[in-house]
Write a protein that binds this ligand. Structure first.
Ligand code: ZN
Length: 272
């Protein structure tokens, strides 16, 4: 089970935050975290800004994951903030989605491993659509706790469905890595191995959840064809445009097994 779920404490969840932009958010957030953790608010704000200046922590879908490392912090904490209204989080980035919920991580400067692990678990959590839907409808700690309880129950079910989701996430992670590399090519001064480490750790977290045979199939297809997944749209394989027999479409929807397109050999998935 995801360790992170048990890490979110009531006093680390801030409801009804009234902020208008990233700067006022960071100020309000630092003050709240300071009160909850007895850390200096300026040190918190500086740590969050330091990481944010390297690359945005807006991860899309209305979620931002600002994080920072503080010398002598001695642990890793997660803080959640529900904003009263979505804010424009970025002006200079390729991720323009307004942000409504904040998952902030603070950890010890000398323990990057713990921090990356927590971060990649967060990435994973908010990139699962059904989980995210429940989280996005929460505005209080009680609702969030309920949403996360459902996640625990869900975690045991839908084996193949989960495998496909992990594979989709793997491809998304690769896209995020490419986007960051593109960004750092034009903002060379800001290139940071820490950001790439975050994404790589996330990919490791995902890979560890995928069945070895499935991962092997995925890697083999990806290496030979570039992309390994293909969505079924209007009963056609979106990668090669060949019509998929109705029976196969139903099999894919049923999600009892991994099914490849008979024509292009990519892993088929359906989202409806
Ligand atoms: Zn195909």
């Amino acid at each position: 089970m995801l360790k992170i779920i048990d890490k979110i404490q009531k006093e680390h969840v801030f409801e009804n935050l009234d902020v208008t932009d990233k700067e006022s958010l960071f100020q309000a957030l630092s003050a709240k975290i300071s009160a909850a953790s007895s850390q200096d608010a300026t040190a918190i704000s500086d740590a969050l800004h330091k990481r944010e200046d390297e690359y945005t922590t807006n991860i899309g879908n209305g979620v931002a994951v600002p994080h920072g490392r503080i010398k002598g912090y001695g642990r890793t904490d997660i803080f959640v903030a529900f904003l009263n209204a979505a804010i424009n989080y970025d002006s200079d980035s390729d991720e323009h989605t307004p942000v409504k919920i904040i998952f902030a991580i603070l950890s010890d400067e000398d323990d990057p491993k713990d921090y990356l692990l927590n971060l990649s678990q967060l990435f994973f959590l908010v990139n699962q659509k059904d989980i995210l839907d429940k989280i996005m409808h929460s505005t209080t700690y009680v609702q969030l706790e309920e949403a996360l309880k459902n996640v625990k129950a869900m975690d045991e079910k839908y084996e193949v469905e989960k495998q496909i989701k992990f594979l989709i996430e793997l491809e998304r992670a690769d896209i995020q890595i490419r986007a960051y590399e593109l960004y750092s090519a034009t903002h060379s001064k800001q290139k940071s191995d820490a950001v790439l480490d975050e994404y790589k750790k996330y990919k490791e977290t995902l890979s560890a959840k995928i069945d070895m045979n499935v991962l092997e199939t995925y890697t083999r297809i990806k290496n030979s064809k570039g992309d390994a997944l293909s969505k079924i749209t209007d009963c056609k394989c979106s990668a090669c445009n060949v019509a998929i027999p109705k029976m196969t479409v139903n099999e894919v929807r049923r999600q009892n097994q991994i099914i490849l397109c008979f024509h292009c050999g990519k892993i088929l998935f359906a989202t409806d």
